[in-house]
Design a protein around this ligand. Structure first.
Ligand code: GTP
Ligand code: MG
Length: 611
């Protein structure tokens, strides 16, 4: 989600704001909901955006259809019951087609739900009222519907951009700053991605509604904090919403409730039963794993209709407030999110981050490192304020106390933040990226901790290799898991990256600018290996592994010889290098390449024992 500006402010960054407004990630209604007589607001709050997204989900359904061609029929059918606002099409990884339909109101959507049927006479299948549906084919004569007055808002709108295409587009950019912006524009979570995440939350809310009064299921983490990329996991929190009104002594009739007895934490028991319900009652949810003894117990599950990997926890409001805080920092200046995307992508490429938990740095810690860097004062001032400045300016309506009495109070309305507290320099993204690496290449990791609360390095309270103060629980270190070796690698890689960017002289050959930082090393090796002589032409991997019109006995060596004008010695060397790569890869199951097609082809060779 991006920051939403109601009016353009009169600053030098006007073009950037306009760019954001035009972005498809902006839910337009937020912009039009205000009347022109309202006092102009530069920033919407996180709560306003979340409320808008939750409202959208409450008036939407997701329907499995035969193909994109079902649009006319589905639109015509649904229009019989309610007014359709917009329809998005997407496919999941199983190739199944879905349409997300937003109606003009929640009541409209309910009318459609009332019209739903069930599809099994089998008594073992118990249907469930939820916003995830499927569109049954007509029996007999087909209804004819007029051509819809609207067209699809997106077609195949959930697919992430192909790496190959992204890297090609980046190679055509004019500047490194453009490359960074492009990476952000093309890979950040789009409007449909965000809508689907709120739909999954809504579906779970509907299922649990009858078991828990006033329940809310909210996305948090990268799905909502503005730093999410297409395909990122979905973190969900199940909370019991206790408003002042509900707890008011004036309400004399009160629900009888049930205290959980026994030694174990009630949250663990609730989550256990929620796990059962996910397996039994939530259509699309499967592969449920229970991790109940962690500090924050969670249920992991896969949601097949939306292709999302989900983590559900109970009552972890500090996670939501943490997301809000990150969202706010991202909203303050349009360079924050693109820069963070570039850093995260670089960290992934050099292997500093890993999708599995372990001794390496996480995306969350990296994001805090970027924010901390942007809080550093330059001659012109800083780009982001310290968190303590937001805490100092907090008012009564900003008070938030999370579980275990955790104080998560900070200024929520960024319009109240004086403009000289942020965006105080006009450095380009390209400059900021280089400065980020230089800053951490010189950072005293030995004695200093990173604290976005203070905005300046603080003394490390212990000898852990990397210390990043948890902004909402300052006694904790969010990077306590990072090993000495991983911290050393981080230091080495930031120095390498700084050196690589400093050396960029504007020559746009090969992997220039950001491309040089984010391409997988293994792919670079393969590309180098396949380069023909000095002509810089690449032999297509497809050609190399294409078996058509070739004798079955054709080896990798003879193919290389045929496709490249290399000497026998050179070819032998290339084959040996490639064999080494493949053999080494065997131990790690599979070699990683930036392009899944290349990866599959190399894997197939391994499997078929061509080499
Ligand atoms: P990706 O999932 O990697 O895209 O990023 P993410 O920000 O969603 O990270 P993750 O799923 O690991 O965590 C979800 C959220 O939990 C984060 O955004 C934070 O709000 C919070 N979180 C993550 N790690 C920590 C931690 O070490 N301490 C605390 N208190 N909160 C954390
Ligand atoms: Mg996450």
């Amino acid at each position: 989600m991006s920051v939403i500006f109601q009016t353009l402010v009169n600053t030098g960054k006007r073009h950037l704001y306009r760019k954001l407004l035009n972005s498809s990630r902006i839910p337009c209604k937020c912009l039009y909901a205000r009347k022109c007589t309202d006092v102009p607001k530069k920033f919407l709050s996180f709560d306003e955006v979340v409320a808008q997204r939750r409202a959208e989900a409450r008036q939407s359904i997701v329907v499995q259809v035969n193909s994109v061609a079902s649009f006319n029929e589905l639109y015509g059918y649904c229009s019989k019951y309610a007014t359709v606002n917009q329809i998005h099409h997407y496919k999941n990884s199983a190739g199944e087609h879905f349409m997300l339909i937003e109606f003009s109101s929640e009541d409209n959507m309910k009318e459609v739900l009332k019209s739903c049927g069930t599809h099994h006479k089998d008594l073992d299948v118990m249907p469930l009222k939820s916003p995830f549906l499927w569109f049954r084919a007509t029996v007999g004569k087909k209804d004819s519907f007029p051509t819809p007055s609207v067209s699809l808002a997106s077609i195949d709108g959930g697919s992430p951009v192909e790496d190959e295409k992204l890297l090609l587009d980046m190679s055509k950019c004019s500047t490194v700053s453009d490359q960074i912006q492009l990476l952000y524009d093309k890979t950040s979570l789009n409007d449909l991605g965000t809508r689907l995440r709120y739909m999954v939350a809504r579906q779970i809310e509907c299922v649990f509604d009858s078991l828990y009064s006033n329940i809310a299921v909210r996305p948090f983490g990268s799905s909502v904090n503005g730093f999410g990329k297409m395909g990122c996991d979905l973190d969900l929190v199940l909370t019991n919403v206790l408003t002042d009104e509900l707890c008011s002594p004036g309400r004399r009739l009160v629900f009888q409730d049930k205290k959980v007895e026994g030694g174990r934490s009630p949250w663990q028991r609730h989550l256990e039963s929620v796990g059962e319900l996910l397996e039994l009652r939530v259509a699309g949810a499967g592969r449920v794993a229970r991790i109940l003894h962690a500090r924050v117990p969670i249920l992991k599950f896969a949601h097949d209709f939306t292709d999302l990997d989900c983590d559900l926890c109970y009552n972890n409001m500090s996670g939501v407030y943490m997301s809000e805080m990150l969202w706010q920092f991202g909203a303050l200046d349009p360079r924050v999110r693109p820069l963070t995307f570039a850093v995260r992508r670089w960290a992934k490429s050099v292997g500093l981050t890993n999708p599995h938990p372990g001794r390496w740095i996480t995306n969350f810690s990296l994001t805090l490192m970027v924010l901390f860097f942007l809080q550093q004062k330059t001659a012109d001032g800083c780009i982001l304020p310290a968190l303590k400045d937001l805490v100092k300016r907090a008012e009564k309506e900003d008070i938030r106390i999370a579980e275990e009495n955790l104080n998560c109070t900070f200024l929520r309305d960024l319009n109240k933040l004086p403009s000289d507290c942020y965006s105080q320099n006009n450095a380009k993204l390209e400059t900021l990226l280089l400065q980020f690496f230089e800053f951490y290449a010189q950072f005293d990791f030995q004695d200093k901790a990173i604290s976005i609360n203070e905005g300046v390095p603080v003394r490390k309270p212990n000898a852990l290799p990397l210390y990043i103060v948890n902004p909402l629980e300052q006694a904790l270190n969010v990077s306590r898991n990072v090993s000495f070796e991983e911290c050393e690698r981080l230091k080495l890689e930031v120095r390498n990256a700084a050196w690589q960017l400093e050396g960029f002289d504007g020559n746009k050959e090969d992997d220039w600018g950001l491309l040089g930082l984010i391409e997988h090393k293994s792919t670079k090796g393969l590309k180098k290996l396949l380069r023909v002589g000095n002509s810089h032409r690449l032999v297509s991997v497809k050609d190399l592994f294409d078996n058509s019109n070739e004798p079955a006995t054709d080896t990798l060596k003879s193919k290389l010889q045929r496709l490249t004008p290399k000497s026998d010695k050179e070819v032998n060397k290339s084959v040996k290098e490639m064999q080494d790569m493949l053999t080494n890869g065997k131990d790690k199951n599979r070699i990683k390449f930036k392009n899944s097609q290349v990866e599959n082809q190399v894997h197939r060779i391994q499997r078929d024992k061509i080499v």
